[in-house]
Design a protein around this ligand. Structure first.
Ligand code: SAM
Ligand code: GLN
Length: 296
């Protein structure tokens, strides 16, 4: 695809307006924001810099790079993939082709965990946390950032994803409290955990083709594919978690639309009961479910 957009020699402000108009014409959802992020990436200016240097002219090199980014964005690459990083919980996460782009919806899981720990007055304890299918490390590292006495382990089936997660732990100053292990969800974990969190793959295999180009072609399929009924990962995780939760420990799972009843049922067969109601994301979709051992 060629993108016919004049950028060379233009000021940052004019380029920003031209690029926004192009993205808008291509039905990109957030054209202004994407244009600003892309111009910021090529000029290495933050939002303030883009305003104070609005009259500075783009070099031919930056204009060519920007044109390439515009072509890829219009072709369906998410802006986070173009930039190679994404903000989650106010922290900056590096991405790689092996990692899912962390979603704002997943912050619901972090909120749920922190609320439960606060209600139990546990935030200052030396908690042990496990994040199953950690990807970029987003959930685990957001929790460790909020819980200065906690330590945690992130697992993934993808070694490449774990390398990115480990790099993120280092960049965020959390490496001393985070370990990472390859394995089938909790298979590599032997010690009891106070908090187990997971945003596993939960899309039905047959539904993957219906997802947006951004997700279908740019997120790794093994981060999305939950098997025929979308529930394969939950089946395994609830039984593993039932054996690993410390007394009084909590399992918190992200779920997809309409999965709440099925996941509650699976957890029940493993000996786990809901702890509090499902928590909805900003779009009103039930997104996080907490569980504890059924009382004996
Ligand atoms: N936790 C990250 C987040 O919320 O942004 C990534 C979530 S992504 C939906 C699911 C993750 O689970 C992917 O990183 C994928 O590689 C990993 N995964 C898939 N199957 C797995 C398995 N059997 N054992 C461990 N991790 C697995
Ligand atoms: N929330 C992602 C999506 O709908 C799916 C991630 C997952 O399967 N956990 O695109």
């Amino acid at each position: 695809m060629t993108v016919d957009i004049a950028l060379a020699g233009q000021t940052i402000e004019t380029a920003r307006r031209n690029l926004t108009a192009h993205l808008q014409a291509a039905a990109i959802e957030t054209p202004e924001l994407d244009a600003r992020l892309m111009i910021g990436a090529v000029t290495r200016l933050d939002l303030t810099g883009l305003i104070t240097k609005a009259e500075q002219r783009l070099t031919a090199f930056d204009a060519a790079r920007l044109k390439d980014l515009a072509r890829r964005r219009i072709g369906g690459e998410p802006v986070a993939r173009l930039l190679g990083h994404k903000e989650f919980w106010g922290l900056d996460f590096q991405l790689s082709p092996a990692t899912l782009v962390p979603r704002p919806d997943t912050e619901t899981l972090v909120e749920t965990a922190l609320d439960i720990l606060r209600a139990d007055d546990m935030t200052t304890r030396a908690l042990r946390i496990a994040d199953l299918g950690t990807g970029s490390g987003a959930i685990l590292l957001a929790l460790l950032h909020e819980l200065p006495h906690a330590t945690g382990i992130g697992t993934d089936i993808s070694i490449a994803a774990l390398q990115t997660a480990r790099a993120n732990a280092t960049r965020l100053g959390l490496a001393a409290r985070a370990t990472f292990a390859v394995g089938n969800f909790a298979a590599a974990i032997a010690v009891p955990c106070d908090l187990i969190v997971s945003n596993p793959p939960y899309i039905r295999t047959g539904d993957i083709q219906t997802l947006s180009t951004e997700v279908r072609e740019h997120d790794p399929h093994r981060a999305l594919d939950g098997g025929d009924d979308g529930l394969d990962a939950y089946r395994l995780i609830v039984s593993q978690a039932a054996g690993l939760l410390a007394p009084g420990g909590t399992l918190i799972l992200e779920i997809g639309q309409h999965q709440s009843d099925d996941v509650v049922r699976l957890a029940h067969t493993a000996g786990l009961a809901p702890h509090g109601p499902p928590r909805a994301d900003l779009g009103g979709v039930p997104r996080a479910l907490a569980f504890r051992h059924l009382p004996r």
